[in-house]
Write a protein that binds this ligand. Structure first.
Ligand SMILES: *Cc1c(COP(=O)(O)O)cnc(C)c1O
Length: 474
């Protein structure tokens, strides 16, 4: 039996709340652009990786992340294949676990890390240090020391202080450390727009326009224990437009030419960063890896030929484009509350997680697609908002969407494309344990990260454990 809410129906020309788009044709639809490859409804129930979401929720509880293993691997292999003759470094900060590292290693990808913790996980998982790139604007002395000792293949330096520190560490250890310089080329890209002037007012990189990038190159070239491999540029995130990458590539090649003229060196590598956009909703139109690879290869080749430079080896660093789309979050609905507004009614649907497992909506105004996963419904859709259970009115998972008017407590909601920057940015706000991440393949689940327990959380509380002087980790 279905039950229509007092909220709806909002059809027939009635007013609807601000911010929500036109009512979709079919709120039960599973758009293959947004959902993991092969996700379909079977008897109304959403399935991913061949498993019914209802059964996964029964086994692993909610909230939980379910990762379609085949889809993840297909995406990393797609990049690897499209960028043949170039290098693909997966940006580990988007989502990392030891099993993910094993898959990437098997498929021959490199890895970006941006902290000592990410580096430690990679090394403990047996990921080859030579294929790791280490990023960050404020790597600690201890982190640099660990990276040099482990033989990390490239450290991307981001300040003059770091160049000095790293040279000293490498010298003391009697090794020569390969480095790239993170340069700011004055391009910032987000979604469909990029800005090719200014935008130097941020913490990352050495500015090309101020001359800092050139000065950094001079210092690295003069450092006895550093070897300058090349230049690195990362222009933004969730980019759908090739032109930002193209302008950045041109500016990086310009700098290569200036360094050749000034120092008589031809640097062998350039890295053009990550930020390739994915479809969070049916309105997004992501770049295809092949398209991007061809365009970058052509531009760099052409610009280098014009400057009389040997073409350097190109690398890229997709994070979200590999880890985002294969994973969904499944929540259970706890309460449903119609709220009357000047312009119509909004149905507040509360789930058993929220900003602790997905901070992106609150932090970046991110958009997501969400459906009722345990059944299809033909009841008229209503304007809804998916909210979490935290003590914050900004605790919103999906700001504006249409859901069947009979959505009710006990329903499962699935949110698409939550594999990147959700579990990775998860917190224990309100002391909610972090949800598990379960890989699903051939209808079978296997836990990558188990659900956090109260004991896991409270293990740090010395008043409960009596373990006064916990070991500091560096
Ligand atoms: C964050 C980041 C990436 C990955 O960004 P995505 O948007 O996940 O592709 C790559 N390179 C650098 C230097 C980054 O900071």
């Amino acid at each position: 039996m279905t039950r229509a809410h007092p909220a709806g129906p909002l059809h027939g020309g009635l007013q609807i709340p601000d911010g929500i788009g036109a009512k979709p044709h079919d709120v039960n639809a599973i758009d293959p652009l947004v959902w993991p490859e092969g996700a379909v409804r079977v008897g109304g129930v959403l399935t991913i990786g061949g498993a019914k979401v209802t059964e996964l929720a029964e086994t692993y509880g909610t909230p939980a992340f379910f990762l379609d293993e085949a889809a993840f691997r297909a995406r990393s292999r797609d990049f690897q294949t499209a960028f043949e003759g170039m290098d693909v470094f997966y940006a580990g900060k988007s989502f990392l676990s030891s099993q993910i590292l094993r898959w990437l290693d098997e498929d021959g990808l490199g890895l970006d890390v941006a902290s000592g913790g990410e580096l430690a996980l990679a090394l403990r998982s047996g990921f080859p240090a030579g294929r790791i790139a280490f990023h960050g604007n404020n790597k600690s002395y201890a982190e640099l020391e660990t990276a040099v000792a482990a033989g990390v293949g490239r450290i991307v330096v981001d300040s003059f202080e770091e160049i000095d520190r790293l040279d000293e560490i490498a010298q003391r250890r009697d090794v020569v450390q390969p480095v790239q310089i993170r340069v700011t080329v004055g391009v910032e890209a987000h979604t469909h727009e990029f800005i090719a002037t200014a935008h130097e007012d941020q913490k990352f990189g050495m500015s090309v326009s101020s001359g800092d990038a050139k000065e950094a190159a001079a210092r690295v070239l003069g450092a006895s224990s550093l070897r300058l491999l090349g230049l690195h540029s990362h222009i933004g995130s969730q980019i759908f437009d090739l032109s930002g990458f193209e302008v950045a590539a041109r500016r990086v090649v310009d700098l290569l030419r200036e360094l050749r003229d000034q120092h008589d060196v031809q640097l062998p590598e350039i890295d053009l960063g990550g930020g390739m956009g994915i479809a969070y909703t049916s309105d997004d139109d992501p770049l295809r890896p092949k398209q991007l690879a061809r365009s970058l290869r052509d531009i760099v080749k052409r610009e280098c030929a014009a400057a009389g430079l040997r073409t350097p080896r190109i690398s890229v660093e997709p994070g979200r484009a590999i880890s985002g789309p294969p994973t969904i979050t499944v929540y259970e609905v706890g309460t449903v509350k119609p709220v009357q507004l000047d312009r119509g009614t909004r149905l507040y649907v509360s789930v058993d997680g929220g900003m602790s497992d997905n901070i992106r909506t609150a932090l970046y105004d991110a958009e997501y697609t969400c459906v009722i996963a345990n059944r299809a419904s033909t009841v008229e859709p209503v304007a809804a908002r998916i909210v979490g259970k935290h003590c914050e009115s900004g605790d919103i998972v999906v700001r504006d969407l249409w859901l069947p008017g009979d959505v009710q407590p006990g329903d499962l909601l699935a949110v698409a494309a939550t594999g990147a920057y959700c579990r990775a940015m998860a917190s224990n706000y309100n002391l909610l344990p972090k949800p598990p991440v379960v890989a699903v393949k051939g209808g079978v689940g296997s836990v990558l990260l188990r659900r956090e327990t109260l004991d896991d959380m409270f293990a740090l509380d010395t008043g409960l454990t009596g373990a006064g002087d916990g070991e500091e980790t560096g």
